[in-house]
Write a protein that binds this ligand. Sequence first.
Ligand code: DX5
Ligand code: ZN
Length: 218
Amino acid sequence: MVKIAPSILSANFGNLLEDIKKVENAGVDLLHIDVMDGHFVPNITIGPLIMKSIKGKTNIPFDVHLMIENPDQYISEFVKHGAEIITVHVEACTHLHRTIQNIKSHGIKAAVSLNPATSLYTIENILEDIDMVLLMSVNPGFGGQKFIPSVLEKIKNLRKIIDDKGLNVDIEVDGGIKIDNAYEVVKAGANILVAGSAIFNADDIEETIKLFREKINF
Ligand code: DX5
Ligand code: ZN
């Protein structure tokens, strides 16, 4: 089963829990939390305090996407507030192997993200140590951007590498995913889809998630 991870970046922060309940009722698999620091990406968003305030109020596992410099400094804080998957960017980690070991030492899943222009070669030597690769299909920083089509080829290539090596590594794709392109992304080899604006800006969130499910489980 392909998983759906709504990104709360496009939720209404004034009624965050209400929006989270809507996606929870629709039976989503993960709650994607976009953490931005204004350095690694040109935007500032959610930090550990927001996570603390929603922890225990939803049963959806937290999928924490760190778009920050020096992620090592904050990993234990995010684990404390409920992270079950932590993703760091290969472009932000000088000692990626050490960072991955740090995440795994807390008994949670570790993932690595690649910007659209970053080659799959950068994770060749770490693939066996991680649980998931997050391929960005927009340049990180903002919700509501357009899907970059060349990423489809990258998803296919990564799926082949993972399958050829017989690894159990998830491929999550993030950015510009809509009901209209979800099928293509899954067909290319992704098994977790992040969607922010397509879900939270929809008039009927539950219906939208239902439509996503129909497109991606074929
Ligand atoms: C972008 C974030 C994404 C974003 C996706 O930097 O990592 O998770 O919220 O939003 P949409 O689905 O609107 O592109
Ligand atoms: Zn994200």
